[in-house]
Ligand binder design. Structure first.
Ligand code: NAD
Length: 373
C-alpha cells in the first residue's frame, strides 16, 4: 500500500497468471481493497497474504509497485531485489538514489519503449486513457451546464463546447468521452498525424501554419517548439477558448517542461463558468494559472490540475496497470526463476539501476545535474 494511492499493482486476475509462471506471489494485506480486490480474492487466485510489511519486503525477489517506493522501503529490500513501477526517473531522478545505494535493479514503467512488441506493457497509455476519460467526467460535474443537445418542451438546450489541447492518448480519450456525452469538440496538436485521429472521432481539428517546422521525432512524440511556433499556437488557442465551455489540456513533450498553451490573458478572455482541466500539472502545466492538485478560480473560470486522476478510477486503472506489468514480468520470470536479459530490447531500455549503477544514460545525466547543484 502507498499513501495517497488507491491503485494496486497486481489484481487477482494477474496473480493467477504469475502463479502459472511458477512465481510465488505475496500480497500486503488490504493492498487491493480500494481497487475492490479483497484479501480473499487474492488468496483464491493463489497469492499468500502478508500482514508484516517489513517481512514481506525482506522476502521479495521482485517488488511490484504503482509509484516509486519510499526510501525506507528500498532500504528494506534484499540487495539482489528487483523493483518495478512508475519511478519518475527523469523528473525526480534523485528519488532513485536510495535504490542505487542499495544496489537494487529498478525498472521504470515510464521508460518501456513504445515498440510494437511492448504494446501490452504500455502503462503510460493505460493511465493516459483513464486520465483522459476522467478529465471529461470531472469537467462535466463542475460545469454549470449540461453536455448534450436537448430539445425539450421548454426549448432547446445547446450542446457543451469542449476544446482539447494535445491529441495524444489522453487527449483522444477525452475527445471520445466528450463526444459520447454529446459535446461539440475541437482539438489542437502540433503533430499533423493527430489531425486524422481527431477527425475520426467526430471533432474539429485546429491547424496552425508552422511553416513546415519539424514537430515530431522518430518515435512519434512531439518535439519542443521554438517560442515563436508556440506563440502561434497560443494565439489560436486564446481565440477558440473564448467560445468553449470546457478546455482540457494534455500537451506534453517527453523529458521537458509541459508547453505553456493557455496564458493568463487567454484565461481572462474566457466566459465565466468555463472549466479548465490541466492534465500536465505534474510537469509544470499547460495553463499559466493552474496549480498542481488545486482548484483555482479566476473571473468565474475554474482551473483544476489534478495530479493523479487514474487513482480516482482505481478498479480499471489497477486492472490495466496490472495487465501491463504482468506482461513485463513474463519477460523476467522463466519457470519461477528471475532472468534479467539486459540485451532484450524492452528490458534493457526500461532498466534504470542495476548492480549499483545507473544504467540509463538519460537518467544518469539527469542525476548528475541534480547532484552537481
Ligand atoms: P504525450 O503525453 O507525450 O503528449 C501528449 C500530446 O501533446 C501529444 O499528442 C503531443 O503531440 C502533444 N503536444 C506536445 N507539445 C504540444 C504543443 N506545443 N501544442 C499542442 N500539442 C502538443 O504523448 P502520448 O499521448 O503519450 O503519445 C504521443 C504519440 O505516441 C502519439 O502519436 C501516440 O499515438 C503515440 N503512441 C504510440 C504507441 C505505440 O506505438 N505503442 C503507444 C502510445 C502512444
Amino acid at each position: 500500500m502507498q499513501s495517497g494511492e488507491a491503485r494496486v499493482a497486481l489484481v487477482p486476475e494477474s496473480v493467477r497468471k504469475l502463479v502459472a509462471l511458477k512465481a510465488v506471489v505475496l500480497v500486503e494485506s488490504q493492498a487491493g481493497l480500494r481497487a475492490a480486490s479483497t484479501d480473499d480474492n487474492y488468496t483464491q487466485a493463489g497469492a499468500q497474504i502478508s500482514f508484516d510489511r517489513a517481512e514481506l519486503l525482506q522476502q521479495a525477489d521482485i517488488l511490484v509497485a504503482v509509484n516509486r517506493p519510499a526510501a525506507a522501503d528500498f532500504a528494506a529490500l534484499k540487495k539482489s531485489a528487483v523493483v518495478l513501477g512508475f519511478l519518475r526517473p527523469l523528473d525526480e531522478p534523485s528519488g532513485l538514489e536510495p535504490a542505487l545505494a542499495r544496489g537494487l535493479t529498478t525498472f521504470a514503467m515510464e521508460l518501456i519503449p513504445r515498440i510494437t512488441r511492448a504494446q501490452a506493457m504500455d502503462t503510460l497509455s493505460s493511465m493516459a486513457t483513464v486520465a483522459g476519460y476522467k478529465a471529461v467526467i470531472v469537467a462535466a460535474e463542475k460545469l454549470p451546464r449540461m453536455f448534450p443537445l436537448l430539445m425539450t418542451a421548454a426549448g432547446t438546450v445547446p450542446p457543451a463546447k469542449v476544446l482539447v489541447l494535445g491529441a495524444g492518448v489522453a487527449g483522444l480519450q477525452a475527445i471520445a468521452t466528450a463526444r459520447r456525452l454529446g459535446a461539440v469538440v475541437e482539438a489542437y496538436d502540433v503533430r499533423a498525424a493527430a489531425g486524422e485521429q481527431v477527425k475520426s472521432l467526430g471533432a474539429n481539428f485546429l491547424e496552425v501554419d508552422l511553416g513546415g517546422l519539424k514537430t515530431e521525432d522518430a518515435g512519434g512524440y512531439a518535439v519542443e517548439l521554438s517560442e515563436e511556433a508556440l506563440e502561434r499556437g497560443r494565439q489560436l488557442i486564446a481565440k477558440h477558448s473564448q467560445t468553449n465551455d470546457v478546455v482540457i489540456t494534455t500537451a506534453q513533450v517527453p523529458g521537458r517542461r509541459a508547453p505553456l498553451l493557455l496564458t493568463a490573458d487567454a484565461v481572462r478572455g474566457m466566459k465565466p463558468g468555463t472549466i479548465i482541466i490541466d492534465l500536465a500539472g505534474a510537469t509544470g502545466g499547460n495553463c499559466a494559472l493552474s496549480k498542481p492538485d488545486e482548484t483555482v478560480e479566476v473571473n468565474g473560470v475554474t482551473i483544476m490540475a489534478p495530479l493523479n486522476l487514474p487513482a480516482t478510477v482505481p478498479v480499471h486503472a489497477s486492472q490495466l496497470y496490472s495487465r501491463n506489468v504482468t506482461s513485463f514480468l513474463s519477460l523476467l520470470i522463466k519457470d519461477g526463476e528471475l532472468h534479467i536479459d539486459m540485451s532484450d530490447d524492452v528490458i534493457g531500455p526500461s532498466c534504470v539501476t542495476h548492480n549499483g549503477e545507473c544504467v540509463n544514460k538519460r537518467v544518469a545525466s539527469a542525476l548528475e545535474s541534480v547532484t552537481s547543484k
